[in-house]
Design a protein around this ligand. Structure first.
Ligand SMILES: [Zn+2]
Length: 386
């Protein structure tokens, strides 16, 4: 059948199809939790969520139809994992997109009439010759430098001929580092409760308060409950958490995740990503340190400025883009970023226009839980600044 190029207006048809699909989900009383697992959400809650999503999606569609100046949608991802990938069993729900959903998201953006662009190209063109920018563009970004961006994400980008920017954590490249949330997830959801119980007195005292209502050492936690513990731990600074974990594993090595394979991009992966011509890189600090938790200005400079220098030496290319870990910004951090970079991504949601500060770029954080369907993606956009 002849493929017709979809005009933004024809998205209404897709939107209608999606509404129909979503309604069927409710009728069969199934829905999906944030990690894509089937869950029994109460019917009323599902109905309210559905109509709220429909409202925000409509808001986004109306805004896109009324665009008066070139606009950019930035899509944010973390890990790309197939539906049956075992790494899903030990990952935060909001971190994962399947290759199929990534492909769909790109297709949805194209059906909206959006043109795929490198983020830095759009920003540059916006400064130099805004009249040549498409009415609507989209830029794909990945945070943290996960190895699956290369193994499972790049094939989709190749297939769709879509460029992307990966924000790298300079000191973790080429290592078998495991981010602290994944170490916590392993400890709480995978290690046998009897082992945790044995290590509890003394060794895990520091974690007790954060997992107070989850009967630590009596049962394995669900991913959702472990996710709550991770969010509570964010009151500590990243280095403090790594220090606690280091001491814990020294005393009880059986609690430590075995990182036989690297989670982070390795040298050969980076080379292949560069060779693809579809990937550029930005900075995401030296240690994925949340800037609002750093103890001194020296530490802040080290994470923000030295990260850029290290990446430039490693990649033999200038690094102009910065991305705030966890979206946490401080006035000092902001000043440093503005002095050393050309633009920065935040976790604020919405559309970017000429009037948007290049240091406060808005993005849509997409994952399997919030964007399984067209409706979810549009609703995520509609909830933001339009
Ligand atoms: Zn990050």
């Amino acid at each position: 059948m002849k493929q017709r190029r979809r005009h933004p207006l024809t998205l209404r048809a897709a939107y209608k199809d999606d509404l129909h699909k979503r309604l069927c989900d409710y009728i069969t009383d199934t829905n999906f939790s944030r990690n894509g697992q089937s869950t029994d959400m109460p019917m009323l809650k599902k109905a309210v969520k559905f109509w709220l999503d429909a409202f925000f999606a409509l808001r986004a569609l109306i805004a896109l139809r009324r665009l008066r100046q070139p606009s950019l949608v930035i899509l944010t991802y973390h890990r790309v994992l197939a539906e049956d990938d075992s790494h899903r069993l030990c990952e935060q729900p909001g971190m994962i997109v399947s290759p199929g959903h990534l492909r769909n998201h790109i297709a949805i953006m194209e059906s909206l009439g959006a043109v795929p662009m490198f983020l830095d190209d759009w920003l540059e063109q916006q400064k130099q010759s805004p009249e040549n920018l498409p009415r609507l563009a989209f830029a794909v970004t990945f945070d943290d430098g996960w190895r699956d961006n290369f193994t499972q994400g790049l094939p989709v980008l190749r297939e769709k001929n879509t460029p992307a920017t990966i924000f790298l954590v300079s000191d973790f490249l080429d290592t078998k580092h495991v981010f602290w949330p994944e170490q916590i997830l392993h400890l709480l959801t995978t290690v046998p409760p009897a082992t945790v119980k044995r290590c509890l007195p003394g060794t895990l005292d520091w974690l007790r308060d954060y997992a107070r209502d989850f009967r630590l050492g009596e049962r394995k936690l669900s991913i959702e409950d472990a996710d709550k513990v991770i969010n509570r731990l964010k009151t500590l600074d990243d280095f403090e958490i790594y220090e606690h974990l280091k001491k814990t594993f020294n005393q009880c090595p059986e609690l430590q995740p075995r990182a036989e394979t690297a989670y982070i991009l390795q040298a050969a992966d980076i080379d292949a990503l560069v060779d693809s011509g579809l990937i550029r890189f930005g900075a995401h600090t030296r240690n994925h340190a949340r800037l609002n938790r750093l103890q001194s200005i020296e530490q802040l400079k080290d994470e923000v400025v030295n990260c850029k220098q290290l990446l430039e030496e490693r990649l033999k290319n200038p690094i102009g883009l910065f991305c705030y870990p966890n979206g946490d910004i401080t006035p000092d951090g902001e000043r440093l970023v503005e002095a050393h970079y050309t633009a920065a991504c935040t976790t604020e949601t919405g559309l970017n226009r000429a009037s948007t500060s290049p240091f406060k770029l808005r993005r849509l954080n997409l994952h399997d839980g919030n964007a399984r369907h067209t409706l979810g993606l549009l609703a995520t956009l509609g909830k933001g600044k339009l």
